[in-house]
Design a protein around this ligand. Structure first.
Ligand code: GDP
Length: 353
C-alpha cells in the first residue's frame, strides 16, 4: 500500500523582549476563534492552538493568489526563547517558524536581538510583528482589520510616524545583517524579512501576520513539512504532569506521523530510556462543554501536527523536552538508540541555559 503523504501544519513559536506583547498576541489569536466558527474554528490543543487555513483566509478577507496547501498554523502556547531552544525535534528546533514581537514605540531591546540571533543559528524563517501600533499618538483603531484597511484610515501625520518607526526597525535589522521591509512591499520572502505592523490589543494586522506565515511556509517549507500521515508518530514532550484519575501524563507536540492508543512508545527518563504503551490520548474539551465532568476528551489517534496529552504506565521521571517515538515493526532497537542520541543533545542544551 502506498504511504499517504501530506503537508502538515507548521509549528510556530512567538519570541521577543519582555512586555512587548507576546502573550497578548497569542491571546488575540486564540480569541479570534470564537467568531469564525463556520470558517473552521480555531481549536485549543494541549499546549498549543490550531488556526486552520479557512479561518486565516476568512479573517484576512482575501483569498491568496497562490494555491495554498498548508492546512493552517499550530502555535505553541508558551512564548519565549526558552521554549524555542529547549523544544527540539531531531536535533533542530521543534518550531518550524517564529514571530518576533517588537514594541514599535520602544524598538529593539536585548531579548529582541537574542531572539534574532537564535533564529539565525537555527535557520528558522520568521516574521517581525511591529506591535502596539494603537499606541501611536492619534491612531484611529479599526478593530481586527487587516493592516492596509487600518492604515488607509489614519491621517498623514500618523501614517508618517508609522513609516518612520518601521524604517527604524529596518535600519536595526540591517545592522544585524538582515534585509527587511514592510510586508506589503515584499515580493521575495527569500530576500526580505517581513515586518507586519500589529496591535495585539485591537487585533489590527493580525490577519496579515497569519497570512505572511502561511505564505512563508508555502514558499519555503513544503518539502520539510511533508509527513507520512500513517507513519509512526514522533513528538516532543512539553511537560510531565500528574492528572487526577489518569496518573502521570505527558503533554506532547506530535510533529510527525500518527500516534494511536495501544502504540508502543519510547521516551527518555532521568535515569534510563522508558518503553511503554499508550493507554489513552486526551484533547481539551471545547469551552462550551466545560461543564461536563471530564476536562478531557478521549481520542483513538492523532496525526501531526497536534498537541495531545498521553497517558501511559511507567511515565515517572520522563524529562520535559524528551523525544517520543512510536515503535512500529521490527525497528525497536533503532528507535531506542535514536531517542538515546537525541536526549543527549537536549541535555547539552539544558545545561547551556
Ligand atoms: P510579553 O511579556 O511579551 O508576553 O507581553 P504581554 O503580552 O504580557 O504585554 C505586556 C503589556 O503590554 C500588557 O499590559 C499588554 O496589555 C500590553 N500590550 C501588549 N500588546 C499591546 C498592543 O498591541 N497595544 C497596547 N496598547 N498594549 C499592548
Amino acid at each position: 500500500m502506498a504511504k499517504k503523504s501530506k503537508i502538515r501544519t507548521p509549528i510556530v513559536c512567538v519570541m521577543g523582549h519582555v512586555d512587548h506583547g507576546k502573550t497578548s498576541l497569542l491571546d488575540k489569536i486564540r480569541g479570534s476563534s470564537v467568531v469564525s466558527t463556520e470558517a473552521g474554528a480555531i481549536t485549543q490543543h494541549i499546549g498549543a492552538t490550531l488556526v486552520p487555513l479557512d479561518a486565516i483566509t476568512h479573517m484576512s478577507g482575501a483569498l491568496s493568489k497562490v494555491s495554498v496547501n498548508v492546512p493552517g498554523l499550530l502555535f505553541i502556547d508558551t512564548p519565549g526563547h526558552h521554549a524555542f531552544t529547549t523544544l527540539r525535534a531531531r536535533g533542530g528546533a521543534l518550531a518550524d517558524m517564529a514571530i518576533v514581537v517588537v514594541d514599535i514605540n520602544e524598538g529593539f531591546r536585548p531579548q529582541t536581538i537574542e531572539a534574532l540571533q537564535i533564529l539565525r543559528n537555527y535557520k528558522t524563517p520568521f516574521v517581525i510583528a511591529a506591535n502596539k501600533i494603537d499606541r501611536i499618538h492619534g491612531w484611529r483603531v479599526q478593530k481586527d482589520q487587516p493592516f492596509n484597511k487600518t492604515f488607509a484610515q489614519q491621517n498623514e501625520r500618523v501614517q508618517g510616524i508609522l513609516e518612520t518607526k518601521v524604517y527604524e526597525l529596518v535600519g536595526k535589522l540591517s545592522d544585524l545583517g538582515f534585509n527587511s521591509e514592510r510586508f506589503d512591499r515584499v515580493s521575495d520572502f527569500a530576500r526580505n524579512i517581513c515586518i507586519v505592523p500589529t496591535s495585539a490589543l485591537t487585533g489590527e494586522g493580525i490577519p496579515d501576520i497569519l497570512m505572511v506565515l502561511v505564505g512563508l511556509a508555502q514558499r519555503y517549507m513544503t518539502e520539510s513539512l511533508k509527513v507520512s500521515a500513517d507513519g509512526p508518530g514522533a513528538g516532543t514532550v512539553l511537560e510531565v504532569k500528574e492528572e487526577r484519575g489518569l496518573g502521570m501524563t505527558l503533554d506532547l507536540i506530535l510533529y510527525d506521523g500518527t500516534l494511536a492508543v495501544g502504540d508502543e512508545i519510547v521516551v527518555a527518563g532521568n535515569e534510563e530510556i522508558i518503553e511503554t504503551k499508550v493507554r489513552s490520548l486526551l484533547k481539551p474539551r471545547p469551552m462550551k462543554e466545560i461543564l461536563i465532568e471530564e476536562r478531557f476528551e478521549r481520542v483513538r489517534s492523532v496525526t501531526a501536527a497536534a498537541g495531545i496529552k498521553v497517558a501511559a504506565p511507567k511515565l515517572d521521571g520522563v524529562i520535559a523536552g524528551s523525544p517520543l517515538r512510536v515503535v512500529r515493526g521490527p525497528n525497536r532497537d533503532e528507535v531506542v538508540e535514536q531517542v538515546r542520541h537525541e536526549v543527549q543533545d537536549i541535555q547539552v542544551t539544558l545545561s547551556d541555559l
